[in-house]
Design a protein around this ligand. Structure first.
Ligand SMILES: Nc1ncnc2c1ncn2[C@@H]1O[C@H](COP(=O)(O)OP(=O)(O)OP(=O)(O)O)[C@@H](O)[C@H]1O
Ligand SMILES: [Mg+2]
Length: 246
């Protein structure tokens, strides 16, 4: 279970502090799939970085399975079983895709077969990519998908995806939804997905809405989605890829 207790994050701005997150509290039991949504700039990525230990909160605690992990380094967060897929993937220049997948999965003996399977799951033709060097010749969408594959291979107890749909084309988006559905079915630990996409919100057990740095609402998709769509919220957009609006 991951618990966020009264989390706040302020940054210095001139003479005053700018408040980015204020008093956000929620808990997510194991093996839940929770979507976090809200307008641009509302503090979602910040929240994710605080949970993953990439930033330190100025107030509040992050508690994993009863243990306070707020002050631990990002490496220690990772060791405790928290995986993070960035909104803008980090480049590990100069190594091959297979090496990245081995490092990310924590399994130096990861076979080419397993790597290929993970790449295929995110819609990449595995044989073309597994030996490819990670450099500027990979497109943004390719990098993003390689990053998603690497996070999936980690099998973390808690995985946070920050806008996995960003920069991904329609065909791959459909695939991505299937990837998430499979992750859910496999009880692949707890998953927090930050997303603006209705189809991702739709497959979540629960939706958390962050607005102006505060937790605005939390509930099942039936409780939350109609309100979001009705208000024409900038937070949500529909991705129609198969003729139907899921
Ligand atoms: N270290 C920082 N210093 C100053 N401002 C920051 C810092 N980190 C975040 N912010 C600001 O805090 C706000 C929230 O940023 P954040 O990236 O969390 O938003 P978001 O909800 O993820 O938005 P998006 O949907 O566009 O990804 C933004 O206005 C951002 O510019
Ligand atoms: Mg963000």
């Amino acid at each position: 279970m991951i618990e966020v207790r009264n989390l706040s994050f302020e940054v210095p701005q001139g003479k005053e502090d700018k408040e980015i997150l204020r008093d956000v509290s929620f808990s997510v039991p194991d093996n839940r799939f929770v979507a976090i949504t809200g307008p641009n700039g509302s503090g979602k990525s910040t929240l994710a970085k605080l949970i993953a230990g990439i930033e330190r909160p100025t107030g509040g605690r992050v508690v994993l399975n009863g243990e306070d992990i707020t002050e631990l380094s990002v490496t220690e967060h990772a060791k405790k079983g928290i995986g993070f897929a960035f909104q803008q993937p980090v480049h590990f220049k100069g190594i091959e895709v297979i090496d990245l997948l081995r490092i990310a999965s924590g399994n130096p003996n990861l076979t080419v077969g397993d790597a290929c399977e993970a790449l295929s799951e995110v819609g990449l033709c595995a044989r073309e990519y597994v030996r490819r060097e990670i450099n500027a010749s990979l497109s943004g969408g390719e990098l993003k998908r390689i990053e998603i594959a690497s996070v999936m291979l980690r099998n973390a107890a808690l995985t946070i995806f920050d806008e996995p749909e960003a920069g991904i084309d329609l065909w791959s988006f459909q695939n991505l939804i299937r990837v998430f559905q499979r992750l859910r079915e496999k009880n692949h630990g707890t998953i927090l997905v930050i997303s603006h996409q209705e189809r991702i919100l739709n497959i979540a057990d629960e939706i958390i809405v962050i607005e102006e740095g505060r937790l605005k609402a939390r509930g099942t998709k039936d409780e939350i989605l109609p309100g979001l769509l009705e208000s024409g919220s900038a937070a949500v957009s529909c991705f129609k890829t198969d003729g139907g609006n899921a």
